[in-house]
Design a protein around this ligand. Structure first.
Ligand SMILES: NC(=O)c1ccc[n+]([C@@H]2O[C@H](COP(=O)([O-])OP(=O)(O)OC[C@H]3O[C@@H](n4cnc5c(N)ncnc54)[C@H](OP(=O)(O)O)[C@@H]3O)[C@@H](O)[C@H]2O)c1
Length: 354
């Protein structure tokens, strides 16, 4: 897209939540997109954005402060490109209504992710899955459409696995996650439950990691995605970290690889869209650390402006083949930044009309 072209107007649904606020922050000064509308629940609709949002850190960006908060109603929102950071309890109905009304919805919610005609997209990993959009429009009679990004932990895991899968064929994964508090939204987990504690349960998280990983690493076959032939065993934990999900992985491969071979593949990986110069695309998408004690969320969560995943501790596994650790920013790479990158990919492919 030429720098001279007019920016594309966009709206954010659920703009007052933890992910919605990250959208507003990341869209401030975006070179291709301009935020023109914000929407939230009936509780907040009608207020000025700066008055309706409980801003988490710093101040509300001035460009957004005076926007009126709209209801999540396609008749009220004029933008045709719509980011959704809606609570999953309402996302299916609301996002479907927007898609039926001709809007292209880029969703963070789980509601449509596993529908066979809905792309679950990480442009670096499975850009070709965007082909599902045509099938979706034909099947559902929608003029718009829905493109999703994955669960925040699943994105971090898949970014780390994608190069290994392409080179060696990932067949088995044991993964234990340590997930930040901001992953639960606002107000999220009560402070007395999480301070000085680890909670070995996040509702529905393990199932999402297991199923979404196979879909994202799957291959496009005609107008369908065949899940990758791998099995994932996930254990998800909430830990007292503000931002940044960490995943400890043990991986079984179809073709054996040494840690040195794996490190080379991880370091060389550029992903499928490196030639498109997408504004939010981290270069490189994976930062590989040799330090014995990295990645750590405190030090690594802002790599690539929060869009890179940091991988380290690549070593032999005595049960499977390899072990490694990956960390990524849950509300940026795992949510709002992922959606914005999806939008940039759609713009670059000429699939978005302003
Ligand atoms: N946090 C993460 O790291 C993360 C990562 C990946 C995906 N996600 C997904 O992204 C979505 C948002 O997560 P979050 O953490 O930002 O949640 P959150 O902080 O609880 O925010 C939820 C947003 O949804 C709006 N909302 C709630 N009920 C509504 C209704 N009935 N009608 C219209 N709007 C309504 C809220 O508006 P009000 O302020 O007006 O109530 C708020 O803007 C969820 O589906 C979540 O699973 C989150």
């Amino acid at each position: 897209m030429s720098a001279q072209r007019e920016k594309i107007p966009v709206a954010v649904l659920g703009a007052t939540g933890a992910v919605g606020q990250t959208f507003v922050r990341l869209l401030d000064g975006h070179p291709w997109l301009t935020l023109v509308e914000v929407a939230a629940s009936e509780r907040t609709a009608g207020r000025r954005y700066a008055d309706g949002v409980r801003w988490l850190g710093g101040g509300v960006p001035p460009f957004a402060a005076d926007l009126p908060v709209l209801a999540c109603d396609p008749a009220e929102v004029t933008a045709r490109l719509v980011f959704s950071a809606l609570d999953a309890s309402v996302a299916r109905e609301v996002e479907g209504a927007f898609a039926a009304a001709g809007k292209l919805v880029l969703s963070n919610a789980r509601s449509y992710r596993m529908d066979p005609d809905v792309p679950l997209l990480i442009p670096e990993v499975n850009a070709d899955h965007i082909a599902l959009l045509e099938r979706q429009r034909a099947l559902r009679g929608w003029e718009g459409g829905i493109v999703t990004n994955a669960n925040c932990a699943a994105i971090v895991i898949v970014m780390a696995l994608a190069p290994l899968h392409a080179a060696f064929g990932v067949r088995k994964v044991f993964v234990t996650t340590m997930q930040a508090i901001s992953g639960a939204g606002y107000p999220g987990v009560p402070s007395l439950d999480i301070l000085g504690n680890v909670i070995p349960y996040i509702a529905n998280e393990e199932e999402k990691i297991e199923s979404e990983t196979a879909k994202m690493l799957g291959s496009l076959d005609g107008d369908t995605v065949r899940p990758a032939p791998l099995v994932v065993s996930a254990q998800a934990n909430r830990v007292p970290v503000e931002h940044g999900h960490t995943a400890c992985l043990s991986v079984g491969l179809e073709r054996k690889a040494t840690p040195e071979e794996a490190l080379r593949v991880l370091r060389e990986w550029q992903g499928c869209v490196h030639d498109l110069a997408l504004p939010s695309s981290p270069r490189p998408p994976l930062v590989v650390s040799d330090a014995p004690d990295r990645p750590q969320p405190r030090h690594d969560v802002h790599a690539g402006n929060g869009m890179a995943v940091v991988v380290g501790r690549v070593r032999k596994d005595p049960i499977l083949d390899l072990r490694l650790v990956a960390t990524g920013h849950n509300t940026i790479r795992g949510a709002a930044g992922a959606s914005i990158l999806n939008a940039e990919y759609l713009v670059a492919r000429g699939l978005v009309r302003g």
